[in-house]
Ligand binder design. Structure first.
Ligand code: NDP
Length: 475
């Protein structure tokens, strides 16, 4: 009996030690195990106010001609009550619920049931089954990369309907914009809550789960790293790409169609926004395999931040320029329009080339040429949960020698171009550049914190070799 108890105690101790080891080792890599008060306060703020912020922007356009100050002034002066604004807000309709359900179901079908055929005939395109990066638990997930195909099919059907079949008006998205917002919220909250429950009760990979013990933090930042249903339905890849990014260009097209309906023409500003954001979206799908190596997939866990963010924040706030231009059909002078186009294309070039340089460098393990020369780099190492040592390289030449996140700088230049296309009448279309500056600066800091924990002294050597984050000589 005593021997049995001794054995049981020893097993419990061993289990405890294993958990501690896991915690120590994972603590060096991946998102936080413990929540500081600032993170908690930010998370509570976002959980409470992000849905209101989205509503406020969309309502301001619908009821106040895109003025962000007028609703507040009306409320402060007592000219209007909250109930007045709410009573004028369209409710959830059966029609919007039907459109949204059909839309999401269609994207699920495209995602799950049509294996990629684009890589068979498009030279240079990487699609089909691809591997993601090694997770902290040492897992390498496989993904079916077929986003480009889903985007093409969706848009071909959209144009076929608009020009031949006329089953529905191309203004359908604009015409149901607020009722659709309620549907997007329902999906966003459902999927985030489901992901939380799944993390507790039936995770895809228990070793890649993180629990801080703080409900709000876990709900927001996610527990599971790569939640899946079945072998192929990956939450992160699906929700970011499909209801989020495929929708982006369709929403812009619907706004352009509304301009045509209301004013009999589509302005050059609307065309610029459609073209520049269209390039960004197409780039995303052309490089979907590369997306598997970005922070979203490699490091973020799937919680409300990604689930609700992809369903609501992204399609509603990334498209504010197009929405604004429906209310203010700005026709830009030639110099202004050319300036916006140049800034947008230059930003895109920097964004793409910087991302491409890192991708090429990592894929070839440094055996490539960057700007005609062999890349320079710093050798580094890190450990996974099971104690396996891995080796990696951090490039210090090309755009990666100019700044540690020059891809973000290009992204910010492109974002500014979308906003400048809307003229200078209102602040609302500039929300995007303000938001992206905060997002990407915060992301720099977050990523560097993680990389520093992951690579230790090797990261210090790297930051000494490339001292600036976004702007050489400044920041
Ligand atoms: P990065 O593509 O810059 O990836 C950062 C990771 O790259 C690091 O964690 C590290 O990962 C590795 N790395 C860092 N420095 C080097 C180096 N010198 N050499 C080789 N590898 C390095 O960041 P993101 O995933 O955040 O962004 C990808 C793109 O997506 C960016 O262009 C960004 O602008 C864009 N983006 C757009 C958003 C939007 O909402 N529009 C939102 C977020 C991003 P490792 O652990 O592998 O070493």
């Amino acid at each position: 009996m005593a021997a049995h108890q001794e054995k049981k105690l020893a097993e419990e101790r061993k289990h405890q030690n294993m958990q501690n080891d896991t915690k120590t080792s994972q603590g060096q890599w991946g998102r936080a195990w413990e929540v500081d008060w600032f993170s908690l306060a930010s998370i509570l703020f976002l959980l409470m106010f992000a849905p209101l912020i989205v509503y406020y922007f969309i309502m301001s356009c619908a009821q106040y001609q895109c003025s962000l100050t007028d609703p507040l002034l009306d409320l402060l002066k007592g000219d209007k009550h909250l109930s007045d604004i709410w009573n004028r807000t369209p409710r959830l309709t059966y029609r919007a619920a039907g459109i949204y359900s059909l839309w999401v179901t269609f994207q699920v079908v495209l995602y799950l049931s049509i294996p990629d055929f684009c890589h068979k005939f498009l030279p240079g395109y990487v699609g089909g089954v691809q591997e993601g990066a090694v997770t902290p638990a040492g897992v390498v997930n496989k993904y079916e990369i077929n986003g480009l195909q889903a985007w093409i099919i969706t848009h071909v059907l959209w144009f076929a309907n608009a020009s031949c079949f006329h089953f529905f008006s191309p203004t359908i998205i604009f015409d149901n914009w607020i009722p659709l917002l309620w549907c997007a919220n329902i999906l966003g909250y459902t999927v985030s809550t489901f992901a939380m429950i799944k993390g507790y009760f039936f995770p895809t990979n228990a070793k890649d789960c993180k629990f801080t013990g703080n409900f709000f933090y876990d709900y927001m930042m996610g527990i599971e790293f790569n939640p899946r249903i079945g072998k192929w339905f990956d939450f992160k890849l699906f929700f970011n790409g499909r209801p989020g990014i495929v929708a982006w260009t369709l929403i812009n097209l619907s706004f352009a169609a509304k301009q045509q309906e209301l004013y009999g023409e589509v302005t050059n500003s609307m065309i610029l926004v459609n073209v520049l954001q269209g390039i960004y979206v197409l780039d995303f799908f052309w490089n979907e395999a590369w997306y598997l190596k970005t922070i979203d997939i490699c490091h973020d866990h799937f919680g409300w931040y990604l689930g609700w963010g992809d369903c609501v924040w992204l399609p509603y706030l990334y498209t504010l320029q197009g929405l604004y231009l429906v209310y203010y059909p700005v026709q830009l002078g030639t110099a202004h329009a050319v300036g916006v186009l140049m800034l947008g294309l230059l930003g895109y070039y920097i964004f793409r080339m910087t991302n491409h340089q890192k991708d090429l460098f990592r894929r070839t393990n440094g055996n490539c040429r960057i700007w005609g020369k062999k890349p320079e780099y710093i050798e580094c190492s890190y450990m996974s949960v099971d104690g396996t040592k891995y080796y990696s390289k951090l490039m210090t030449s090309g755009f990666w020698g100019w700044a540690r996140h020059f891809n973000y700088t290009g992204d910010l230049m492109g974002s500014l171009a979308y906003c400048l296309a809307c003229g200078f009448e209102h602040i609302l279309p500039y929300f995007y550049i303000i938001y992206m500056t905060i997002l990407l600066t915060h992301r720099c800091i977050r990523d560097e914190h993680r990389c520093s924990s992951k690579y230790g002294k090797d990261w210090k050597h790297y930051t000494a070799a490339v001292p600036y984050r976004l702007l050489p000589g400044i920041f």
